[in-house]
Structure formats: C-alpha cells, structure tokens
Design a protein. Sequence first.
Lengths: 390, 649
Amino acid sequence: MSVPHEALDFERPSIFRRIRPLDWAYFALVLAVAVIAHWQYGHLMDRYDTGGLILAAGMSAWLGWFWRPWQLFSIIVAALSLFGVWLYGDDLARGSTNFWLNYVGSGQAGVMWMSVMLYMATATYILGLFSKSDFPSRLGAAFAWIGSGAGLMALMVRWREIYLTDPTWGYIPVSNLYEVFILLAVMTTLMYLYYEQRTGQRTMGAFVMLVIAASVTFLLWYMWDRQAHEIEPLVPALNSWWMKIHVPTNFVGYGGFAIAAMLGVAYLLKHRFERTRPDAAITHRLPSKEALDGVMYKAIAIGFAFFTIATVLGAMWAAEAWGGYWTWDPKETWSLILWLTYASWLHMRFTKGWRGPVMAWWAIIGLFVTTFTFLGVNMFLSGLHSYGEL
Amino acid sequence: MNLAITLLVALAIASVIGTVLVQNQPYTDYLIDYGPFWHEIFAGMGLYQVYSATWFLLIVTFLVVSTSFCVYRQSPGILKDLRRYNLQVKEKSLRSFHSSATGELDQSQDEFLDHARRVLKAQGFKAREKKSEGQTVIAAMKGRWNRLGYLLTHVGIVVICVGALADGQTLLKVNEWLGNIEIETRGIPVSEVPKSAWVPVSNPSFRGMVEIPEGSSADVVFLPMREGYFVQQLPFRIELEEFRIERFSTGAESSYESDLIIHDPNRDEPLRHTISVNHPLIYNGYAIYQASFADGGTKLDIEAIPLGAEALRSLEVPGRVFQEQEIPTPQGDTRTIEFIDFRDENVVPLLNEEGQRENRHLGPAFDFRLMDRTGHGLYYRNYMRPALQEGAMYFLSGVRESPGDEFHYLFLPADADDSLDRFRTYLAMLHNAEVRNAIAREVAADDPSGAAIAQTTAELMRLFAEGGYGAVHAELDRRVPEEQREQVGQLLMRVLHAGLQALYMEVLEDEGVVSIQEEEQRWLEDAVSAINAISLYESPFFFQLTDFEHREASGLQIARAPGQSTVYTGSVMLIIGIFLMFYVSYQRLWIIARRREDGDGTQVTMAGTSNRHKVEFEKRFAHLKRWIIDQKPANGSDDDHRESTNKND
C-alpha cells in the first residue's frame, strides 16, 4: 500500500519554498534600508565602508532567515536606535535635557536598561529552575530579549554619541573594555536565546544567565568606579577598519565558550544529583545530559570557529599595525593557548568520542582561560594590547 | 592522552612561560631581577626568548611532523572512502550496524527502488546501485565535504607552521651556529660594528628596528638577538624628512606620521611616502612600519639661574639632547648636566578649579640629570612656560630619584608678566647678608628691644634662605629646651615671617608697586614655600629653557616576511576546514532489496553510519526509515524536521 509521495515529507522544499512571504518582506526591508543608507551617505563612504554595509545587510538578512526571531528583534532595535539618534539631532547636550534620551534612548540609558533586564532574567530563570511551571522561565526569556535589545541599542546610539562628542573622533564602540563588555553581554544572551529556542530547553538559562549577570556586574562597577563610560578619543593603533570585524568576531567566540562552560556546570550538577538526589529540581528540571552535552558541543563549535577567524583577522591586522602577523605579544600568545585548549577539547571528542564529566570540567576550565585571555592579559601582563587596561 | 593532545598541551604550557617572563629585555635587567644564579639558568634554557628557543622550535617541528604523518596516513583512506561506495556489503553485516532496520513490503522491487531513489535524492544523498540475482544493493553517501574538512584543518596547521618557521629567526640561528655570523653586544655606532655581526641583503626574512632622526637616513636595521643584535643591511636607504604627531583637540595623540624618502639605486627617482600607524609602506617585499618615536637630538638654549645669592647672574648653557655639559657652580664646584629627552607637547592630567581631572597642555619640557663629581644626581623635568595652577602661574620643575619614580614638583611663582624676575630678585636679596640686616633693623625699629630682635630676625632669615624651615627647626631644637620649643617656635616663626614680608615690601617698592592686593600676598606665600623646597631640590640652579630647535626621530620597524602569504593560505584552509568539519555531516547509507521469500513483495534491509554525532544520526536514521521502509511521514513537528535536515552539525 504505497502512500502517494506528495503526502510524505521527505521532499525538501526548495530554498525559495521554505522562505515565507514575511521572510521576503524582511529581506526587502533590510535591502531598502541598506540602499537608502548608501543613497544618503554613500558619498561619505570608502570602499571598506561600502563593503561593511553590504556585509552587515547580508548578515542581517541571512540571520533573519536562519533564525526568524531575529527579524522582529532587529527591526525593534533599529527603530529604537534611530529614535535615539533622531532625538539627539546634532546636539550631544540633549542627552541630559531630553526626557526620552535621559531615560530610554541614550547609550547610557540603554546600558542601564540592559543591566536591569539581564539581572531580572537571571533571577526569573533561576526561579524557573525550581518552579513547577514554565512561566518564570518564559518570563526570563522575555527579559533576556529586552535586555539584549537594550544593550544593542545602547551600542548603536553610543556610536552616534561618539561622533557627536567630536566628529574627528568617530569610531565604532568596540574600542575599550566598557564597550566590549556590553557587546559580550548582548552577544552571549542572543546566542543563548538561539539555543533555547532551538532545543526548547528553558532551564539552561538559570546557568547561562549567571555568567552574563557577572559580566554586567563588572560592567557596572567599571562604569561607576572608573567612569569608563566617558567617551575618549581612539588611540592611533586602534584606528583601523580591522577593529570593526576583529573585535565582534572575537566575542562570538568568547560568548560561545562562556555558554559552554555554564552548561558544563549544569552537566556536572545533573550528573551528581542524578545519583545522590534523584528527586531534586536540578535532576528532573534540567535537560538530559545528552542534550546538555549536545548544546555544549554546539556552543564550543561555533565559538571555536569564530575565535579562529578572529585570531586570523587579528594576525592580519597585526601585520598591518605592528609589523608582524605574529609577534608573541601576550594577548596573541594567550589567544593561541585558548585556541589550543578548545582544539584539544574538540580533538578528544572527535577522535576518542569523549563525553561526560571530564569534557564538562574541561569546558569550565576553558572559561578561566578565556577570562584570562580577555581580561587577565590586560591586567597582569604588559604588551601591545595595553589599551584594554583597567 | 594521545600524541596530538600531548603536543598541543606542551605547546600551550611553553607559551605560558613566555607571557609570564617578559621577553627580549636587556640582559642586565634580567640580571638585576633574578640574580646571577637564576639568570644563568634562565638564559641557558632560552627562557628570555622562549619562542625562538631551540626546544620550543623542536616542539613546533614535532607537531608539524606528527600532523603531517597523520595526514599522510589518513588521507589515502579518506580519498578512497570518498570514491568507494562499497556495494559489496552483505545483508548480515548491515544487520549488525548500530543504526539498522528491516522491513517486508508488498511493493515490487522496482516500485520500492523507485521510491527509495526519490527519498535519497531529495535528502541529498548520492547513490550507486548494483543488481544481481534478484537483489539490488544501493550504497549512498552525503556530506563528503566533511572528510575534506579533516584534511584542510590538518594541512592548514602544517602550512601555517611551515610559513611561520620560514619567517622566524631559524635561518639566523643556523648561520650563527655555523659560525657565519656573530652577535654584537656593545652599544657602539654602526660604523664600528665588526663585519661578523652584519647580515647581508640576501637574508630572506627578518624583523628589526631602526631609529632615524629627522634629516638623517639609514640603510640598516638592527635585529635583536638574545643579549645583543645583528646589523641587517638593506638594499636601499631610508631618509626621514619629518616626523609628526597629530593631536585631537583634547591633546591626545590621533596619529603618528613619518615622511620618508626611499633612495634606491635601482630607481631613477627617490620614492616619497608618508607612513603612519596602521598604514605601513610595502616596498619590494620590505614592509616599513611606524613603530615608535623619540627625540632626535633637539638643540636647547638654557639659562642656568643660580638658586642663591647669584640668582640675578645667570649662565647661558647650550645643550643638545643626548649630550652632556659641564657647569661651574657659584660655590666653585662643577656639575654635569646630561640632557635626556625633550617633548614639545606635554599633556598632563591635573585637577582643575572644580577639582576634576582635566588634561592640560603644559607645552615644551626637557628631561635632564644633574650629576656631581662622583656621578650621583637626581632626574629633573623642567617646563619651558609657566602653567596655571589654582589660579596662579608657576614655573614647574619635576624632580625624582630614578626614572621609574613619580615626580615631586617645585613650583616657582611667576610674576605678572610671566617671568621669574621678581622671584630671582627676592631670592638674591634674601641671600644677601647686608640686605637681611637692613630689613631686620627696619622690622625691629619700633620695638623697645630692637637690637636683639633685629639680630634674631636676620639670623632666622639666613637660616631659612640656606636650609628652609628645616634649618630653622634644627636651630630651634639645638638651642631651646624641649618644653619651651612650641611657644618659642611660634614666636620665631612670626618674627621670620615679618622679616620675609618686609623684604617683599622692599622688592615691591623697587618694582613700583604701591597697593598690595590678595594676588601679591599670595605670591609671597608661594615664594616662601618655593624657597623652603629649594633645600630639598638638590640643584644649585634652576634651568630655564629659553629656546629650542626641535628635532625628532622616528622608530621604524622593517620586516621581510616571505612566509606571510603561506601563513594566510594555511589560515584560510584551517577556517574552511573547521566549518566543513562542524557544519557538514558525513553520512553513509546502504539498502539491500530482494524478493520476499514468502511471496511477491520486497524484503528490505537498511543501515547507516555517520562519522560522529551518534545521537543525532539515530534520530535522522529513524526518519529515513519512516520514509523509505514505512513510507509514512516522519512524525515530527516541522521544526524537528528542519533540525534533522538543515542543521547537520
């Protein structure tokens, strides 16, 4: 009794069939924005800027197709950012006089909203882990979405604020620890939300959001104690279009490694509680060890792939700025050490099929190596990356 | 632990050493830091240049060799795997696969095969078939690129290491080992460096530094090597026309730029080019980078103002940065001034009147050291122009014991026309015994016990002029019993200040100033503090910069790295390979269809493997079975379906 083929779902619809009308509408919107941007400001762009515009538009459109929530997210963030930029006009002083800028639309306000929302997300996710209902975790996801949106908006508006402070300074806000910490929080949260949505496992958030909350805490301390949010001109060594791609690429890597480490913690707890306390919330609310291991692998894989790209981009930039693609500067060396750490992790998994607590521990140790590469090198070792000093 | 992991970990640990122990410092610094015993050991192990140490290069070489061997051993198998569909499989072996399934269908074999082909094609499999004695074998595979990923990542790593080794110091080290070249450890002019330390133009890869003062040129670079250097000959001469520092309105540097002229015998005309940070010049495979800057020997005109009785008789001192000058002191001694550095822009974060940190342009300043006959002395930084500090103008001179310390500042108050004239006059008069006595008499004139007070006043003024409050207190301690000191001390201070005030009146009168405002009163307080501080300043002069001819030097890094494109190629291979390995899943599937033994239908056996992701492949195999054998929709939600087909990571 053969079933007509049409009823079976093995025929992969062609790429164009899989894309829904709304996807096309999003693509058209991104294209239109890019075209308008070029039509309005093309005369101010060199070929790298134009390339950057095409790359950004292409990536946003692709991301929207690959992961639909990105569509609405990017539209809202873009609208809020434009609102903030529009409110400023060409007067930075409006940041403190205009009500909307003061409380919503300025870079500083965005960072505060991001911090509050990510803290609330952390709290509600933890509540969700111990609650019978799914509601707190869903609420946590909502806070996480709003928080990362606010953070991304903050970066966009800050970009404009830098130009308003002094048009000759103008640079992308990924130039110092304050700015990259915002980027780290936004990137890690978004990556986590992607995995949560794809796996349908919401309880992982209780762990992943902890590391994000920690980075927000550092950010706030850095802001209040060191006035790090103040806009300063760029040092000559950073004045290069390489920064625009090198730094964000790096943070996909750091974000992936951070998520993997926190899932490693979840894995170890689950592993322990399964034996000692089978009734505990952690035992039955957390996803299966296989699922945790799977997401951990995916996070490390994406992190490793992007970190490799970032390191190669960094080498190319170094060749242009410092006169050598590899000079064993402490930051470079620690990047290599970090790369070797995860290369070994992946190698063990691929060649020996290793799984389990050892790999979870390895991922956790990896986060310490990541943190040292990211922060420790700038704090304790001298070298060419010293502009990231605390 | 397998060999690969051991090597990766060894490389990581070795790399850590090089970041903890600061690399490539002068050997004398290491000797001070670690003492002769550990210094010998560290130097012997090459820990000061870990990344070019023989043992480190051996680890890298070993990694390259073992990876190459791994690729060599694996690639024939992989390539064969990619071509061979393996149609020889037996039903029995298929059943023993981890992922396998069987089914008995009523369809005819042709009907079934037709269906199976459609599913496989739609799912992106490539398939081969073999028919024999009523049985058909289909062997299918998908995601072959994944296997290519393995090759690309491993070959990529080898290529990167080979390129990097070619650009390293390997060749230099080999030549040194063969005795062709010898390192030079002395800091001597290039012309005096013996030929044995010279590296010929033919050297294909190096990275070195050279500092060129404005208006000068160089045709060599210095290659640092352990405790010394080699001199690398260049096939062209680089002239520095001008070095510039561009600044933002805040005074922070926005760009460092050098105008270069390349004189190459192979060119008809010299090449002019401006380089800056992030914008090097690549000339015939030589990359020339803006790396640093320094003073290039600025000419300084200096007025040495004696800080004593001779304050009004200053000396002209001609100076040049990096040179020394002997100066006779009014006391009949000589001091040697060594000019260390000059900066024409100095931006210092100072507190403004609201108490906030503010970057302030303090203008030109020069650094020097003033040594006595034994060679001892302090380090100084004097600013050319007076600076505004809390509402008044001061000439600043920083002093410190060694170059690593913080400066302590001497603030000499400027007068209304921003000069030191009033201070000099005041100082000279204070040091003059006759003037002191006259002033003291004047102060005591109205007092009944005039003579005694006048004598005390004059004596206190002398003590203060020569040793500040410290000398006054020492005298007090010597003469007055402890229990009366406080009381007497207060009285003496009042007497001293009355004298200093009267002296100041005299100075103002000479200047023609009649009414004394708050401003003038403040000047006196500042002058008194300054004179008090002079006793700690340890210099018989205040060196006032009057004019300068600025000459800067640009530090260029010059590199030749023929392995660079090799390294980049390897990097691209590595990145492509990583993505193929992570995001393309390699799957194989076999289907054997034959006539059912009990009748018309078809007996189907199917099995599959994937090189990793066991859990995910099981899910996927279940779907394939539903489609191919059960011929039903794979009962998952739409998302599950996409999960298994789209994202084969």
